[in-house]
Unconditional design. Structure first.
Length: 261
C-alpha cells in the first residue's frame, strides 16, 4: 500500500500497518505520526493549518495488528485549535501526539526565514538505496540522496547529516501529512558516530510547519539537514531544518533519540 492509501484507511473498520512500511521491529515513525496528524487535522475547523506538533513514541506500532486512532479536539478558540491523538494497539498507547492549528492574522512582525544551506544538486548526490534485509523496509517508498555528513555506522562522527528526500512514487498532491512523513525519514544524526550497526530510535519529536507554506509539487525534492546539539549516556538531542529546492523554509524539527551503542 502506498502512503495515500494508508492515510485513507477507515478507522471504524480497523487499520493495519503493512510490513513494507517497517523500521526495525516497529512501523516507520513518520507514517504513524502522519496518521495521527491527519486525524487531528480533520477534527479542527477548516482554514487552520498545523503550526506545531509534539509526538511521543511510547512503544512500537507493529505491523499487521489493528491500530485504533483516538482523536480528541481539546479546544477550539477564535483562531487556534488544540487537538490530541493516541494510537492504540492491543489496548495500549503506542504513540501520543498534541498539535496546535492556527489561522493567520495581521501582524507587524515579519522576519525572514532561515536561509537554506548550500548543497549539491540531488542528481549528483549519493543515493541511499533500498536493500531488502539491510536498509529499513520503508525506504522502498522514500528516496534519499546524501548531501551532508557521513553514512550511518561509518565511525566518522560529525555534527551534521542529511540531504534530499522525496517519495519514490509521487503522491497526487503534497500535503502537510506527506511533509510530516518525509521529515522523519532520515536516520538519527548520531549514527555516523557508531562503527557498527546498533539499535536507535526516536523517543520524542517536535516539529513546526511554516505557513503560508511554499508551493511544493508532488515530485519535488526537499532538503533536510540535522545538527547534533548534544549526545551522551545513550541519548542524543538534534535539531533540523527542511527547505524546498528553491531555498524556501518548509519546516523545523527537534528530536530526542535513544541509541544502544
Amino acid at each position: 500500500m502506498n502512503f495515500d492509501e494508508l492515510l485513507a484507511g477507515d478507522d471504524k473498520s480497523g487499520l493495519t500497518m503493512p510490513a513494507s512500511w517497517g523500521q526495525g521491529r516497529a512501523t516507520f515513525g513518520g507514517l504513524v505520526a502522519a496518521l495521527a496528524f491527519d486525524r487531528m487535522e480533520k477534527a479542527v475547523a477548516p482554514g487552520r493549518p498545523m503550526r506545531s506538533m509534539q509526538v511521543s513514541f511510547v512503544g512500537p506500532v507493529t505491523a499487521d495488528e489493528e491500530v485504533v486512532v483516538d482523536t480528541r479536539l481539546l479546544r477550539e478558540g477564535k483562531a487556534v485549535s488544540q487537538a490530541q491523538a493516541h494510537l492504540l494497539q492491543n489496548g495500549e498507547t503506542r504513540l501520543a501526539a498534541l498539535a496546535s492549528f492556527g489561522g493567520g492574522r495581521d501582524s507587524t512582525v515579519n522576519v525572514e526565514a532561515l536561509a537554506a544551506p548550500e548543497a549539491a544538486d540531488p542528481e549528483t548526490c549519493e543515493s541511499l538505496p533500498y536493500i531488502r534485509g539491510v536498509t529499513p523496509e520503508f525506504t522502498q517508498h522514500i528516496e534519499m540522496r546524501w548531501a551532508f555528513g557521513s553514512m550511518p555506522f561509518s565511525g566518522k562522527g560529525g555534527r551534521e547529516m542529511g540531504g534530499w528526500m522525496r517519495f519514490r512514487s509521487a503522491p497526487e498532491i503534497m500535503t502537510d501529512a506527506h511533509i510530516v512523513a518525509l521529515i522523519d525519514a532520515w536516520p538519527p544524526a548520531l549514527l555516523p558516530h557508531l562503527k557498527q550497526p546498533a539499535p536507535a530510535s526516536s523517543l520524542s519529536w517536535a516539529f513546526d510547519i511554516v505557513h503560508p507554506r511554499p508551493e511544493i509539487k508532488a515530485d519535488d525534492w526537499l532538503l533536510y539537514r540535522a545538527t547534533i546539539d548534544q549526545a551522551g549516556s545513550g541519548y542524543g538531542h538534534t535539531h533540523a531544518g527542511i527547505w524546498t529546492r528553491q531555498g524556501e523554509l518548509v519546516a523545523l524539527s527537534r528530536q530526542t533519540v535513544t541509541v544502544f551503542g
